[in-house]
Structure formats: structure tokens, C-alpha cells
Design a protein around this ligand. Sequence first.
Ligand SMILES: [Zn+2]
Length: 164
Amino acid sequence: MKILISEIEKKENKKDILNFSEIIEEFNNEKPVTAKLEVEVLDTTIILTGKIHAEVNLTCDMCLKDFTKVLDFNVKEAYTRYNLNEGYNAEYEVKSNNFTEDLNGSDEIDITDFIYQCVILHIPNKLVCDINCKGDEKLSEYLNTTKTDPRLEIFKNIKIEKDK
Ligand SMILES: [Zn+2]
């Protein structure tokens, strides 16, 4: 889904509500990612706010099984039409936050890409299928039966003398 800022500007209050529903292949899930976003044009700044729902198929780091992670979160992002570094609209430069993306004069925003990036940011670094996941049995068995470092064997024979 792509939107044109010039089209949003023609709407009442320069606002529009987008109902997004698309399957994003990278998430390996047959259910579409859905979102309800409000787009508002304020001079040279375009603000996107709303909710995103995504189901992403991932592989558990612990047991190596595939699982589905359901993500529901709010987003708020600002785009600016012009390059802030070129001295346009200094007042927006001051107000802008870290999330401001530069469109470099483009009239188009790729909403699919925006949502994709938002979902990626919400996927945790450590992927665990369940809080009770005990990990892969064969893998943990292997880790438990591997021999201890022979350099550490010496400590087994050390007798600690207690103070009398
Ligand atoms: Zn697991």
C-alpha cells in the first residue's frame, strides 16, 4: 500500500484513516498484517499514528521449533517532506524527534514498508516460543554430557583446609 501526501491534503482537515491488511511474505504467516492508521498532514510534516497487529512465524532459539508470535502495538511516526539538513523549516527541526523520516521531497509514502519496519522493531532479540520452554532435549542432553574442561579436573582433587 502506498499513499500520496497530495491526496491526503485534499481531504477534510488534511487527515485520512487507512485500513491496512496485507500479507507480508517475510513474516512466513498466511494471516495478513492489519493496521488502522491515521495520516495527518501538517505543512511539511506527515504524522502516522495507529495500531498494528501482526502474526509472525519464528523459530525458537531454545528448542528450535517454529512458533507464532502475535504482536499488537501502537505506532507514532513523523515524516518530513524535505531534507531538514538543507535548512528548510528550522522550527520543525527543533520539534522533530528521532523518528522523523525524510522523504526528500517525495509525495509518496510506502505504508507496507513502514509497517514492515515497525513490526521488525517489535520482534524480540531472543526468540523463545513459551516462557516455560525447556529447550531442545537432545541439545541440552548433549550440553550436560559433554566432558568438563580437563584443565578444571585438577580442582576436583584439591582439599580445602579449614582453619582450626
Ligand atoms: Zn521453545
